[in-house]
Design a protein around this ligand. Structure first.
Ligand SMILES: Nc1ncnc2c1ncn2[C@@H]1O[C@H](COP(=O)(O)OP(=O)(O)OP(=O)(O)O)[C@@H](O)[C@H]1O
Ligand SMILES: [Mg+2]
Length: 348
């Protein structure tokens, strides 16, 4: 095929409209550019605390988590879905922006770059204002903020403007679980429950320490959680229950290396109280919703998404407590960022 001269190709590229879709979660940052997922890495940075300079971000920073050095600290600037540390947030977003060349080019006046950012409707007004202010420092082009919950609703195909049916969506991420109700394409209720994947990982770490006197790293606890962690429920027979895993850590008494065999039951023993907290949060949420709306939601099936929803038995436990059918997303970690595109197109 005959190629266009280089100068013409470059003009064509420069005039094509770039649209960036961005979700910065408590655990993971997801970025899509022109409908392609280009970044999905931990939302952390490694810094030199004395100089407040950045050493690494994303996967590379996450690898350094747990390493003890006076000149190294790994931090997650987003807590409970909101910006917790402004300087660290700036370092993280600038590093990703530079890495992906996301900065808007000044000469593209005729076809400006757009950046669509997910923000949860369950945040407080002050948290929302702070988030918008933080992003305004970045040169990402024309910024628009869209509801993370409505983005999920678009993915679940539950945003029909003409339908008066109520739908419930539950997104369990790294630090929070958001519960939302959508009707006629709009949110009627949204709330955060402060239970997420990190709490289950911390429970595994705590259990191995107390049962085996063995301190394990965060990465090791994540591996245990994902491989043999489960939520027990009388009516479900999970094959994972009989599984065991060899885990390596440090003996608390001798401070030397130690390998122990952990059963799935042991690893998951601390999950019960987290599930109790989740159930209390759900009760608190539904308490504020009129009974007709709750009945309608539960009859229509609850949509479950978010990375932590993948924990074995999680779906069944929601199904049991809500007394409703559930629909599990097939891309639970990506629903928000992917739904953003559909939402932005709908609202154009
Ligand atoms: N297979 C799995 N089993 C259990 N948990 C998982 C699995 N895969 C990912 N997770 C958990 O999902 C969580 C991250 O989910 P997600 O990417 O939805 O969070 P986030 O959007 O960054 O956080 P938040 O919504 O709280 O701000 C982590 O805690 C991770 O351990
Ligand atoms: Mg999330």
């Amino acid at each position: 095929m005959k190629q266009r001269p280089k100068i013409l190709r470059s003009i064509h590229l420069q005039s094509s409209n770039k649209v960036i879709y961005l979700e910065i979660g408590s655990s993971q940052v997801k970025v899509m550019v022109n409908s392609k997922l280009v970044f999905n890495q931990p939302s952390c940075i490694a810094i030199n605390p004395a100089q407040q300079s950045i050493l690494a971000f994303g996967d590379k920073a996450y690898q350094l988590l747990g390493k003890r050095r006076h000149d190294l600290q790994v931090v997650f600037p987003i807590k409970n879905g909101a910006v917790a540390n402004r300087e660290h947030f700036q370092l993280l977003t600038e590093a990703i922006s530079n890495h992906l060349h996301l900065e808007a080019d000044w000469w593209k006046i005729l076809s400006p770059q757009r950046c669509i950012i997910a923000m949860s409707d369950a945040l407080t007004p002050a948290e929302k204002e702070q988030t918008i202010r933080q992003f305004s420092h970045l040169k990402l082009g024309k910024q628009s903020f869209f509801s993370s919950e409505l983005a999920v609703a678009m993915q679940a195909d539950r945003c029909h403007l003409e339908s008066s049916t109520n739908y419930c969506l539950i997104n369990m991420g790294g630090m929070i679980t958001t519960v939302a109700i959508v009707q006629r394409g709009e949110l009627t209720h949204a709330e955060r429950i402060f239970v997420g994947g990190v709490h289950f990982t911390a429970a595994v770490q705590h259990l191995v320490r107390s049962i085996e006197n063995c301190a394990i790293s965060w990465h090791e606890a994540e591996r245990v959680k994902k491989n043999i962690g489960f939520i027990e429920h009388a009516n479900t027979h999970l094959t994972v229950i009989n599984k065991k895993l060899s885990v390596t850590g440090k003996d608390i008494a001798s401070q030397l290396g130690k390998t122990v065999i952990i059963s799935a039951k042991q690893a998951s023993r601390g999950f019960g109280s987290l599930v109790d907290d989740l159930v209390v949060g759900l009760q608190h949420f539904f308490n504020k919703v009129p009974p007709e709306q709750v009945t309608d939601c539960l009859q229509n099936g609850v949509f479950l998404t978010g990375g932590a929803m993948q924990l074995t038995g999680m779906r069944e436990i929601f199904q049991h407590h809500l007394k409703a059918e559930t629909v599990m997303s097939d891309q639970p970690e990506l629903d928000v960022v992917m739904g953003l595109e559909k939402l932005a197109t709908r609202d154009q």
